[in-house]
Design a protein around this ligand. Structure first.
Ligand SMILES: [Zn+2]
Length: 237
């Protein structure tokens, strides 16, 4: 059985402290997305630690070989600001990304630029001031592989974070297809009110649910009984 790509949303810390002064390479990369050349004082640049290759607090892990692909898919994706049920406003654009070694692990670290418009002033200040510290990123993968049994996580009954014979189950995210978008959220916010859990789909500002909800929806879809329609034909005399 071929399953649809697994789409879900996860949090990533924002390295706002690494807000870098725009350099020549950044200016060139940013202007690859702008329709007219921007001067460095027209935008702010922030770095994000998007993901790494160790088991994280979401009980997920990227294989090291997937990181380069994620990094390559990130430039050009939008950075959104999530307000409320009205949805999200685009605030920035990821303009470059790299895989780098950090604390003994490999990390995907993209940079995003945010225009210094009057409308974005509060948004930039909220990042610089440490109020916005996390982003929530939507990914699509072909296969979330269970670390306990090696099957697609949607088709087995193992629960990420639960222990099986002394091994804590996690899932390995293989065959990344898409980085959907990044959304900035206030630190400590669960962000659940942005998602319509009842419908099992997103609120229209995106299409990725947090992992636990996405997994529940995917497993229910997988285990849904198949309805068979029986058609009877009268034999003609
Ligand atoms: Zn399993």
């Amino acid at each position: 059985m071929d399953l649809e790509p697994f789409v879900f949303r996860r949090r990533a810390p924002m390295e706002a402290s690494q807000a870098t002064e725009p350099d020549a390479d950044a200016a060139k990369a940013v202007n690859g997305f702008a329709l007219r050349p921007l001067t460095p004082d027209e935008y702010a640049v922030f770095s994000l630690d998007l993901c790494h290759d160790q088991v994280d607090r979401h009980h997920s892990r990227f294989p090291t070989e997937e990181l380069e692909r994620i990094s390559a898919l990130t430039p050009g994706r939008p950075l959104m600001e999530r307000h409320d049920l009205r949805g999200s406003l685009p605030r920035g654009t990821f303009f470059r990304s790299r895989v780098t070694a950090h604390s003994g692990r490999s990390v995907v670290r993209p940079d995003v630029y945010v225009l210094r418009t009057p409308e974005n002033a509060g948004f930039i200040l909220s990042i610089e001031g440490g109020v916005y510290r996390e982003t929530s990123i939507g990914f699509a993968f072909r296969t979330p592989e269970c670390s306990v049994c090696g099957k697609d996580l949607r088709t087995c009954d193992h629960v990420p974070g639960r222990s099986y014979s002394g091994e804590v189950c996690h899932y390995i995210m293989r065959d990344v297809l898409e980085v959907i978008e990044g959304s900035v959220v206030a630190s400590g916010s669960q962000g659940t009110h942005f998602v319509s859990a009842a419908s099992g789909v997103d609120d229209g500002s995106g299409r990725a649910l947090p992992l636990d909800q996405a997994l529940t929806v995917a497993r229910n879809a997988y285990h849904r009984p198949i309805a068979l329609e029986t058609r009877r034909t009268w034999a003609r005399e």
